[in-house]
Ligand binder design. Structure first.
Ligand SMILES: Nc1nc2c(c(=O)[nH]1)N[C@H]1C(S)=C(S)[C@@H](COP(=O)(O)O)O[C@H]1N2
Ligand SMILES: [Mo]
Length: 424
């Protein structure tokens, strides 16, 4: 729904922040674990007109500009520069590294988005605690072995940061946004295996009165601008939790790697990556709506928490790739959407004057991407911009430009990919 509605203008968000601050002062808003004084400081920093740059430790994870990060502290797996671009505590997949790679993103090149650092947990002393007033009886604890005795569910799904593509708000649209300056590599598709969240909730005694569940990570407290926001956590409506959400213990046929949530992570198909809590240690089940800074302050748009991701496309090509003139080139790319399957992908090599269909190379799985190719025989040498534009089954199409929002979420516009055509 979010992806289909018009975006709010910054002024709407500012007034949302003010309204929220008022609710906070009136005691209507509940953000457990965060001192009221701290939330006030946060709202003051975020709500002041155009003052978002003041959130030094950016909520979406960018390192302060003053500290260049040659390597992401806190990520366990190797981050060779041909596969990843390190951005603060995060690592972005380089799209050219997906060329010739199959449907699923291998772990060695799957992006990592960490608010703090990967905790290295021991499955032997780990357990999942399910608790709250939405349950019949008390809390239930599940060890990894308990979960593995439940029926297993396997599905392909992308995990994608809501801020994927954020840097194009600035480079293509000239607007200032706050957060990690991702290009298009904050997305990956994996084959996840685990147990249905619904099965676990029912075993724990889910009642009909429950409305929200809130998984919470075991990584360190997240501190933004000196304010401790506690463990990374975000509520999920029970309806979605019972629909297609899984608690995954495997990724691409292997135990979940530390950086992607070992021993257990939530996978919420088609939703913003923040819903897919890693290193989950507890899940609160509540009769009343739950909140956390990750659905009231971050990862929201026009006053609503972000749910589904938008339509996007990327070429598996280096930026400024050099292509020989008068040769036929097979360009590869992928398109995906949180609204459903991709129904068409078109490519333009003449700044959007003409569009021609790209050809699918493999069937698309639900909640995952479509791989496609496009044959191009450039005649004249020079600089070109390659444009790929996808449409999904809901009818949503990538626009040429998209509406600004302060944190730069859900950039769905066509990305102009520069290439050079060299004389032969
Ligand atoms: N516990 C915890 N879960 C988390 C995060 C985090 O920092 N801590 N980051 C979230 C965000 S913003 C995204 S986009 C995805 C990224 O998943 P990945 O690192 O496996 O690619 O994890 C989400 N789950
Ligand atoms: Mo994210």
């Amino acid at each position: 729904m979010i992806g289909l509605m018009p975006y709010s203008q910054p002024s709407d968000e500012t007034s949302y922040d003010r309204r929220r601050l008022r609710q906070w002062l009136d005691g209507d808003a509940r953000t457990p674990g965060v001192a009221r004084r701290d939330m006030l400081r946060l709202f003051a920093a975020a709500g002041g007109a155009g003052a978002l740059g003041a959130l030094g430790a950016s909520p979406a994870g960018a390192a302060p500009a003053a500290s260049p990060a040659p390597r992401a502290a806190g990520i366990v797996k190797p981050l060779p520069p041909e596969l990843f671009t390190v951005r603060g505590t995060n690592a972005e997949t380089n799209w050219p590294a997906l060329k010739g790679i199959g449907y699923h993103t291998p772990v060695d090149r799957f992006f990592v988005r960490n608010h703090t650092a990967t905790p290295v947990l021991d499955a032997a002393d780990w357990s999942l605690r399910v608790w709250g007033d939405g349950l019949r009886g008390g809390e239930t604890e599940f060890g990894l072995d308990d979960l593995k005795t439940l029926p297993a569910a396997t599905r392909s799904a992308f995990v994608e940061c809501a801020g994927n593509g954020r840097s194009f708000f600035t480079s293509q649209q000239g607007s200032t946004v706050s957060g990690t300056a991702w290009t298009l590599g904050a997305v990956g598709v994996a084959r996840w295996r685990g147990v249905r969240l619904g099965d676990v909730l029912r075993r724990a005694g889910l009642t009909r009165r429950a409305v929200d569940v809130m998984p919470r990570g075991l990584d360190a407290d997240y501190v933004a601008d000196g304010v401790n926001l506690g463990r990374v956590r975000r509520p999920l409506p029970v309806a979605k939790a019972l629909d297609d959400v899984i608690l995954a213990y495997e990724m691409n046929g292997e135990p979940l790697p530390p950086d992607h949530g070992f021993p257990l992570r939530v996978v919420v198909p088609s939703w913003a990556g923040i819903a897919s809590i890693k290193w989950v240690g507890s899940i609160e089940v509540s009769r009343t709506p739950l909140t956390s800074p990750w659905n009231t302050e971050f990862y929201r748009l026009h006053g609503e928490p972000i749910t589904r991701q938008v339509v996007r496309s990327a070429f598996e090509l280096p930026w400024n790739a050099e292509l020989a003139a008068s040769h036929e080139h097979v360009l590869h790319g992928r398109s995906w959407s949180g609204n459903g399957l991709i129904s068409a992908v078109e490519v333009s090599t003449d700044d959007g004057e003409h569009w021609s269909p790209a050809e699918p190379v493999a069937p698309q799985q639900r909640h995952s991407w479509l791989r496609w190719e496009f044959r191009w025989r450039p005649t004249a040498p020079g600089r070109y911009k390659l444009l790929a534009r996808a449409t999904d089954e809901s009818g949503a199409t990538q626009p040429i430009s998209t509406s600004h929002n302060l944190y730069g979420y859900l950039f769905d516009a066509v990305v102009a990919h520069p290439v050079r055509v060299a004389p032969i």
